[in-house]
Design a protein around this ligand. Sequence first.
Ligand SMILES: Cc1cc2nc3c(=O)[nH]c(=O)nc-3n(C[C@H](O)[C@H](O)[C@H](O)COP(=O)(O)OP(=O)(O)OC[C@H]3O[C@@H](n4cnc5c(N)ncnc54)[C@H](O)[C@@H]3O)c2cc1C
Length: 275
Amino acid sequence: MCWRQEKKIAVLGCGTVGIATSRLLQESGCEVTIYTKDVPPNVTSNLATGTWSPASRVCDKKIARPEFKDTWEQATRFSFRRFQFLLGMNDIACWAEEYGVFKQAPVYTPGAGGEDFEIDGLLPERVRLEKKEHPFKADHVTRRTNIMFNIPTYLRHQLQDFTMFGGKVKIQEIKKVEDIDALPEKVVVNCMGLGAKPVFNDEELTPISGQLSCLIPQGDVNYKLYTQGANFIARKDGIYIGSNGIVGNWDTTPSREQTEKTVGILMKLMEEMRG
Ligand SMILES: Cc1cc2nc3c(=O)[nH]c(=O)nc-3n(C[C@H](O)[C@H](O)[C@H](O)COP(=O)(O)OP(=O)(O)OC[C@H]3O[C@@H](n4cnc5c(N)ncnc54)[C@H](O)[C@@H]3O)c2cc1C
């Protein structure tokens, strides 16, 4: 039997991927139960910065199958369209200016957070600003408008829609493949993120850790900025400062040194701004 004929579906995991998958399944007429160890805010998705960045680390170009680009492009266009419907709705998502501020043109490393895959025509073009058009002490400044998500509001909205359409959430940890076999649903979608690694003994699944530090929101700081070694995004719930991405790191212990480093870089940049 084709899985599409099966109407009762189990989704494993209640992060952003699990909830979005469940909503789409509901829209196609399925009854969905989410089985999950944790729910927001205790999921990795609650710690994302909140930038719409569909190309970021999505797949290493060297190992992508030829059909991957098409699949990714279709998914990206679909998600972009869907996110348009959230704009203007209680600050779940909004357009925000995004500045890149560098002493010289940055060199992106493909596969390490650089954009291996790109689509023209969705977002406004990134434009290079003339010196008189920006206040930064830097020679290479760009600006682009991008979609930004207020993460707590977004996850709450998605979860509320899921339950409003009859979805159920059951707190249950999947420890081994047999636990999945024991579920009443015949079709199961894995959205456990990094939690899938031990369940499936997946040798390839690799974490990339990142640390965010949060400042109290400031009324006139309503944009995103990235520079060498640091970035920040101004959300409703705080100004989130980040930058690092350590491939293969499972340790989630916060590092004060990392926070001081990124805050220091941004403080210097702000102090050097022309008034
Ligand atoms: C600092 C930082 C900033 C980021 N910024 C961005 C950004 O701006 N834009 C962007 O697109 N992405 C960003 N990301 C990446 C993004 O956060 C992740 O790609 C995304 O959250 C993954 O979602 P997920 O639903 O797959 O996983 P998770 O949010 O980890 O959800 C996994 C779910 O599975 C459940 N689970 C796990 N194991 C089990 C188990 N054994 N049994 C039952 N349930 C289980 C968990 O409880 C959870 O509910 C960022 C990541 C970090 C760390």
